[in-house]
Design a protein around this ligand. Structure first.
Ligand code: NAD
Ligand SMILES: O=C(O)C(=O)C[C@@H](O)[C@H](O)[C@H](O)COP(=O)(O)O
Ligand code: ZN
Length: 369
């Protein structure tokens, strides 16, 4: 059996819903042969956006067609505001008009927005068709393509409409990161840093030590980061697929992060930028609550943010409005928000007893009005 240029294969071990993450260099052009090898059959609709399509749609379609697949594409506009029910509806129209049946395979070719939206459509069209993630941003390769959280946004809250629905395969070609703008690369690095803080101090130190190579997009360093993060996330998802408890730690930084995204209409911050601010806020809250045992966390996190040009302040934003938006967090239980607070690098805890006044104080400390 041909092995292509798969450098790493990581399994998301979920019994009958389990799947492989294939990480390689140049494997996008082998997608047709890989689908054959993995016994993926059926009509294929590739969902992408114009930015990604200009680089990667032709190679994907040609490879699928060369391998004998009936493959076509549908494009949605680029941007977080299009991770919406309206775009899902547009895609349902395409599927219905094209007479796509239950054996259809949707391919999400793009970043997290395309992955979450395509997965949501896959979970709901005809009560579920198969889908494959082909992530092309760092953020999608290290985080969003893995674990089966699929969703669209509501104007009041991030990912409020969604499902847990696993892909059949994740096919990650790290060479697609060559065309990714620096600010998008940094946004993805925020989730990489998150993985270190929540579970793996050695990984966190490695990121610090190899940051120059990572930022240069050295293929070996990229492979280490994409593989490292996928392994950490796959293990959490294996233990708690539907976020009954443990999986909530993957939400470190997202309580404030999602609130920042929604109150700014999903236009001011990239997801990773909002998560970076959220990790900083949660770290400050942990310190204020007397939970933070390792005083090196905040300075190292700030240094990462500076080196990656991620924001550290929230000038001009209304702290009370952010605190209000936080109440819509999906982790809330009977009205109490469950925070993910760091204790030290590699260990976080789920904590409900955080007064709203402390949240507002911290947001003001970070420059909020
Ligand atoms: N499901 C999950 O577990 C999960 C995890 C993390 C984030 N997310 C979601 O992911 C989304 C953010 O994803 P994202 O950061 O990938 O943003 P994105 O999908 O908007 O992509 C960022 C930008 O990069 C462009 N792009 C994509 N690939 C490119 C490439 N190879 N070269 C050049 N440009 C490219 C896109 O067109 C877009 O303009 C958010 O909606 C977030 O909520 C979901
Ligand atoms: O996979 C998870 O679980 C995560 O929390 C990963 C996050 O990085 C991601 O942004 C996720 O979409 C957030 O999930 P949500 O349940 O808070 O919407
Ligand atoms: Zn995230």
């Amino acid at each position: 059996m041909k092995s292509f240029d798969v450098l790493q294969e990581i399994r998301v071990d979920l019994a009958e819903r389990g799947y492989p993450i294939l990480i390689g260099a140049g494997i996008l052009e082998e997608i047709g042969a890989i689908f054959h090898q993995r016994e993926i059959a059926g009509r294929i609709l590739v969902i992408t956006n114009p930015t990604v399509a200009q680089w990667y749609l032709d190679p994907v379609l040609q490879s699928l067609q060369r391998a004998g697949y009936d493959a076509a594409a549908a494009q949605v506009p680029d941007g977080e505001t299009f991770k919406s029910l309206a775009e899902a509806d547009f895609l349902y129209d395409r599927l219905v008009e094209g007479k796509y049946d239950r054996k259809t395979v949707l391919v999400a070719l793009g970043g997290g927005v395309i992955g979450d939206l395509t997965g949501f459509v896959a979970a709901t069209y005809m009560r579920g068709v198969r889908f494959v993630q082909v992530p092309t941003t760092l953020l999608a390769q290290v985080d969003s393509s893995v674990g089966g959280k699929v969703a669209v946004n509501h104007r009041k809250g991030k990912n409020l409409i969604g499902a847990f629905y696993q892909p059949r395969l994740v096919l990650t070609d790290v060479t697609t990161l060559r065309t990714l703008p620096d600010a998008e690369f940094s946004s993805g690095m925020a989730e990489v840093i998150k993985h270190g803080i929540i579970l793996d101090p050695e990984y966190y130190r490695m990121i610090g030590a190899k940051l120059p190579q990572i930022l240069r997009r050295d293929p070996a360093a990229l492979s280490e980061v994409v593989g490292g993060s996928c392994r950490i996330k796959a293990e959490v998802v294996r233990k708690d697929e539907k976020e009954q408890n443990l999986r909530a730690i993957l939400n470190f930084g997202h309580t404030v992060g999602h609130a920042l995204e929604s109150i700014t209409g999903y236009t001011r911050y990239k997801h990773g930028e909002a998560v970076a601010l959220g990790m900083l806020a949660a770290t400050k809250l942990a310190e204020r609550s007397g939970l933070l045992a390792d005083q090196s966390l905040e300075p190292t996190l700030r240094r990462f943010c500076q080196e990656l040009h991620l924001p550290l302040q929230i000038p001009g934003l209304d702290s009370s409005a952010i605190a209000e938006a936080i109440l819509l967090d999906k982790k809330a239980d009977q009205g109490a928000v469950r925070w993910i607070l760091p204790l030290r690098i590699g260990e976080v805890r789920i904590e409900a007893a955080v007064p709203q006044e402390s949240v507002v104080d911290i947001l003001k400390e970070m420059g909020g009005a």
